[in-house]
Design a binder for this molecule. Structure first.
Ligand SMILES: [Zn+2]
Ligand SMILES: [Zn+2]
Length: 376
């Protein structure tokens, strides 16, 4: 009987090491002495085998207990034939250890464990007024769902059979001797199982494309770029995993008259020169459709801003409501009648008089300044 090295020493862990530590140690060793990396190296081959044997025992609670109490002999007495004859056996037993290392690996345990469904993103276009008041929109979302007929098994009888190609491992091994590469089983696509009686409704896939109609409430105050998350409305999970989420991204259409800055609604309102000069009350449209009265103070200049507090967008996140801000555009009268022109000329004279300089006086002042300048 050959003398065996202590399993803990083989993996370089101490006797109290937990499962995760042992697995990590084995993985490191297995990768270091992997036959693909050490072709023709007998010593590496031995280490690779020893590590696998040690891991087989220490990763199994019952075997580890026997080994801890009675050593190698305890395992022999319990009928455990330690060691691996073939690399294929090692890969079959611990192939999933290498799954991150070799492309195409994975193994049935990885393929078959519950995984969440994909998140979906959907863009929805709404009107400016809808963004202002809030609305509800109907969305038709095409998505993948678990087939209800077969509960996602893909099988009429809800049962899958073990794949004969890979013996249920989900991986096949190619190559001879030291060079062995694991790749995903092409027959079962890594699941380790196949369907012999495909479900009519999903044709054996276990999932079907379905367009789902959703009514989504859009809160008042949203803007282009606002995102709403609908938990669980994404694609169905795999193997009983949770569904993904649906994100609805909003695009708000431009409005003919209104625009938006932060939560304020902006509006340009034309008033004529006389109204601007005299002041008055004007009607101003609001986003909701009804008119509001606003006071234009006498002498309002072009571009003057009037503000209606709290008549802007609500904040969907609970912040301050914006204002309605009206920018006045003063227009100059055109196509004057003779009488209008005469009145405006008279008005101009009165303005000049008011400032205390008649046209003749103005000319005189100008002449005086010129003379002064000429004299230095
Ligand atoms: Zn297979
Ligand atoms: Zn089905």
């Amino acid at each position: 009987m050959s003398v065996k090295t202590c399993y803990y020493e083989v993996l370089g862990v101490d006797r109290q090491a937990d499962g995760a530590t042992i697995k990590k140690a084995y993985r490191a060793m297995a990768l270091q002495y992997h036959p693909d990396r050490n072709p023709g190296d007998a010593e590496a081959e031995t280490k690779f085998r020893e590590a696998a044997e040690a891991y087989e025992v220490l990763s199994d609670q019952e075997k580890r207990r026997l080994y801890d109490q009675y050593g190698h002999e305890g395992l022999n007495n319990a009928g455990f034939q330690g060691g691996f004859q073939d690399f294929g056996d090692i890969f079959s037993a611990f192939g999933n250890i290498f799954q991150d290392f070799f492309a195409g690996g994975g193994g049935p345990s990885a393929r078959n464990r519950p995984r969440p469904g994909r998140d979906l993103v959907y863009e929805a276009v709404i009107e400016f007024t809808e963004a202002f008041t809030g609305t509800s929109i109907e969305l038709k979302i095409p998505r993948e769902e678990t087939c209800e007929e077969c509960d996602g098994t893909g099988s009429k009888s809800h049962s899958r059979s073990t794949c004969q190609q890979c013996g249920g491992q989900g991986q096949v091994y190619q190559g001879r001797g030291f060079i062995r590469m694991a790749s995903t089983c092409p027959i079962c696509r890594g699941t380790g199982t196949i369907v012999t009686d495909p479900c009519d409704s999903c044709r054996g896939h276990g999932r079907i494309k379905r367009t789902r109609t959703l009514n989504v409430k859009v809160p008042a105050g949203v803007d282009t770029g606002s995102r709403m998350r609908l938990t669980g409305e994404g694609e169905s999970g795999y193997n009983g995993g949770p569904s993904g989420d649906l994100y609805v991204e909003l695009i708000v259409r431009h409005h003919e008259f209104f625009s938006r800055e932060h939560n304020h609604v902006l509006l340009e309102r034309k008033i004529d020169l006389v109204t601007a000069a005299l002041g008055c009350e004007i009607d101003v449209p609001t986003v909701t459709g009804e008119n509001e009265k606003m006071t234009v103070p006498a002498g309002a200049q072009n571009g003057k801003l009037l503000r209606l507090t709290g008549k802007g967008f609500k904040s969907p996140t609970g912040g301050a409501t914006g204002d309605l801000i009206v920018s006045l555009i003063v227009t100059t009268p055109q196509d004057l009648t003779e009488r209008q022109e005469a009145i405006l000329r008279e008005f101009a004279d009165l303005e000049a008089e008011k400032r205390g300089d008649s046209p003749i006086k103005r000319l005189a002042k100008k002449a005086k300044r010129k003379i002064k300048k000429a004299l230095g």
